[in-house]
Design a binder for this molecule. Sequence first.
Ligand SMILES: Nc1ncnc2c1ncn2[C@@H]1O[C@H](COP(=O)(O)OP(=O)(O)OP(=O)(O)O)[C@@H](O)[C@H]1O
Length: 347
Amino acid sequence: MISIEHLSKVYQSKNRQITGVDDVSLQVEKGEIYGVVGYSGAGKSTLLRCMNILERPTSGKVNIDGIDLLSLSSKDLRRARQSIGMIFQGFHLTMAKTVLENVAFALKASGVGRSERKERTLQLLELVGLSDKADQYPAQLSGGQKQRVSIARALANNPKVLLCDEATSALDPNTTQSILKLLKKINRELGLTIVLITHEMEVVKEICDRCAVMEEGRIVEQGNTYDIFAAPENPLTKQFIQTVIDFNIPEELMENNKGTIVHMKFTGNLAREAVVSDLLQNHQVRGNILHGKVDYIQGHALGTFVMELTGEESEVQQAIARLREKLGEVEVLRDVGTVHHDIARAE
Ligand SMILES: Nc1ncnc2c1ncn2[C@@H]1O[C@H](COP(=O)(O)OP(=O)(O)OP(=O)(O)O)[C@@H](O)[C@H]1O
């Protein structure tokens, strides 16, 4: 549905060039929710605005639903943009128009007649759960309701793609959840392809089928959201994931527990298997769980456990080897062998 190839955007300021997007390629499939996550200044907004040519790329290709957008005349580009809706962090509503007028205006602009406009607007307000607010003004609405109006407006011309520019960043956590649910609903019910940019990995975890992580204009990692959470490779991706799946153990706990501390991840079916109790039965070690959590990403379980293992050093090492056989990567956060070695060296 969306194909971006080697896209770059370089801004020319007075005496220097600033690269907003640097050689980005990505594909978004039809009906998919695709997230781009990154810190401020990473180039997310620039990339998103290049997707509907609100910003003209310096080089590269943008193809949406088989149309090469950069080859179009301004008139054809205006028409093509009707199939690309967009919503923003700041809603961009017209304050002097009612909710109904805000949505209907998008239809008027594309030449839809008065009676059809009203009927379609009411349908859209029902879809976003705002039928009872049709005659209110934006100032009378909460942030979440305003974003619902802007979603209804973005859907007015039956777009195939919806671009979301930090759509939930101005909202509290509960309202964020309700807007994400709405986006998921329209994605499923209307088969709408959604690209969203965000600085919150939680948003990606909630609704994105696939995602990309951006830094300094480049994509540093991309893939299926579950795989990215289960086995992130790039240090920045790991940092983002840690904002959602936090397994930092308080220092006092590290100090008070003298055993070997391991961090394990359970993916897929393993998340439901009794790996830990099997381990404790089959090895002469004691296990003390310091942290444990199962997250559900795209309906699949991802378990994170931090456990202290105590016992004879050779037994502990065998237990870790067994865990690695079963789980793949097992990170040793504190190795008692190393601790003994360090103490001996200090003495
Ligand atoms: N119109 C512009 N003129 C010059 N530089 C720009 C312009 N727009 C963006 N940039 C620069 O391009 C880089 C990427 O900015 P962009 O807004 O795309 O990042 P972002 O990841 O969306 O960050 P934020 O979430 O803070 O908006 C930044 O260094 C920014 O200063």
